[in-house]
Design a protein. Structure first.
Length: 356
């Protein structure tokens, strides 16, 4: 969803649960470390003390971009500077089912690809991102094109990238309002949408990416123009998000084993969230390890490279917050394929240690 600091606008990104209870119903805002939504659930028992403690103690976060446990395969999505830096054409598809068993939980599906190109004699990269993101009443579709200027710097390659495209945000609310004078229907509230609404806004991002055979690092800003979503009731906006990621390949004494530590940080300018990952890769074909996302989840990651450089990965998020009592965790599936344009076939080894 979105947030706004302007008076009278829809403010739905406060990341603190709000409770409105009546008999056997409760309306509460629930969050997934990036957005806030109004949900409806039937409950048999209501523990007011517990919910009050959640209100007081729950960390306040407001990231709006979808989470990704396989961020090392998903770098183009949040950093346009990645496009073309590997020297390979790469396509990645990811499906994330967050908080399985939780009604209205986030669901994200994305596809991206990138390739090195030469434009007017300039070494460049080009890419495309298509993403569908659902949570509660919200349905978002993102379509962006990416261009990156590439340059050889030191022992590696630098990418300076820009992505631009459209964000289609749709709200399709279904309200369950208890009867009685104490409860205001959506029609009587100037900030609550009554029916389905959709708006298309321009969206842009910037990024820098540097990669060598041993390490990589990148910094980027998404939603740099902070696109406004002009609904009939209020004009919320998408806040800027800042990303920083870095990783290294360490050869272990056993020549078939490599240690791949990495760090991923995301912030909306107010709150920052870190993910630290340690993977072991065997024979450059099989990998596995763990991640920890601060204040959110412990993550297990496994993957394998099949014939002809087709990679398949899976990540499971075990929630560390109180929401684990109402969910079976989060599942994320990844498919990645890269090949060399000049040879028309998949390479046996990548030039960069970065997962693409």
């Amino acid at each position: 969803m979105t947030n706004s600091s302007k008076g009278g606008h829809i403010i739905i990104n406060k990341m603190v649960p709000e409770l409105f209870a009546n008999k056997n119903f409760n309306y509460f805002y629930s969050f997934n470390k990036r957005t806030l939504h109004l949900y409806y659930r039937k409950v048999k028992k209501l523990n007011i003390t517990f919910l009050f403690l959640v209100l007081i103690l729950q960390p306040v976060l407001s990231q709006q971009d979808p989470l990704a446990s396989n961020y090392m395969f998903n770098t183009l999505t949040f950093n346009p500077g990645v496009a073309g830096t590997s020297g390979l054409m790469c396509a990645t598809a990811i499906n994330r089912q967050q908080w399985v068993g939780f009604e209205g939980a986030p669901k994200t599906t994305l596809f991206n690809f990138s390739a090195p190109v030469t434009i007017f004699g300039i070494s460049s990269g080009a890419g495309l991102l298509v993403r569908s993101d659902e949570i509660g009443f919200d349905r978002d579709i993102t379509l962006t094109a990416t261009y990156a200027f590439l340059a050889s710097v030191g022992q590696g390659r630098l990418g300076i990238g820009l992505s631009a495209g459209m964000l289609n945000k749709t709200l399709d609310p279904v309200w369950q309002i208890p009867s009685g004078d104490l409860h205001t229907p959506p029609s009587g509230d100037p900030l609550i949408p009554e029916s389905k609404e959709s708006y298309v806004a321009f969206d842009a991002s910037l990024g820098l990416w540097y990669t060598t055979d041993k390490y990589y690092a990148g910094i980027s800003v998404t939603h740099i123009n902070q696109p406004e979503i002009k609904f009939t009731k209020g004009t919320p906006y998408i806040s800027r998000h800042y990303y920083l990621t870095a990783g290294y390949t360490l050869q272990l004494p056993d020549p078939s084993l490599e240690l791949l530590p990495s760090l991923f940080a995301m912030s909306d300018g107010k709150i920052i969230q870190f993910t630290a990952t340690s993977l072991i890769r065997y024979n450059k074909k099989v990998w596995g390890g763990v991640s920890y996302r601060t204040g959110d989840a412990l993550i297990g990651i496994v993957g394998i490279e099949l014939y002809n450089s087709l990679r398949i990965g899976y990540a499971y998020d075990f929630p560390m917050s109180d929401i684990r009592k109402n969910t079976y965790g989060s599942h994320e599936f990844m498919v990645n394929y890269c090949f060399d344009l000049s040879l028309g076939k998949s390479p046996e080894r990548y030039k960069s240690i970065r997962f693409l």
